[in-house]
Design a protein around this ligand. Structure first.
Ligand SMILES: [Zn+2]
Length: 60
């Protein structure tokens, strides 16, 4: 049994409170919000956010 506590982006220890990212595929863990954000961008992951306060209506 090996505990995987490595950040999925940079490989650092995520510590006791990892930043989690849920995808339909699997759950990722990161050492900080920055790593999570970068990973989201790199893999084009859209995490469902229940509280959407985005005041930028997209007009196309
Ligand atoms: Zn990291």
């Amino acid at each position: 049994m090996s505990e995987n506590r490595a950040c999925d982006l940079c490989g650092l220890d995520v510590g006791a409170k990892p930043f989690l990212l849920h995808t339909p595929d699997k759950q990722y863990q990161f050492c900080c919000e920055g790593c999570r954000g970068i990973y989201e961008m790199l893999h084009d992951i859209k995490e469902a956010t229940p509280d959407n306060n985005d005041n930028q209506p997209k007009s196309s």
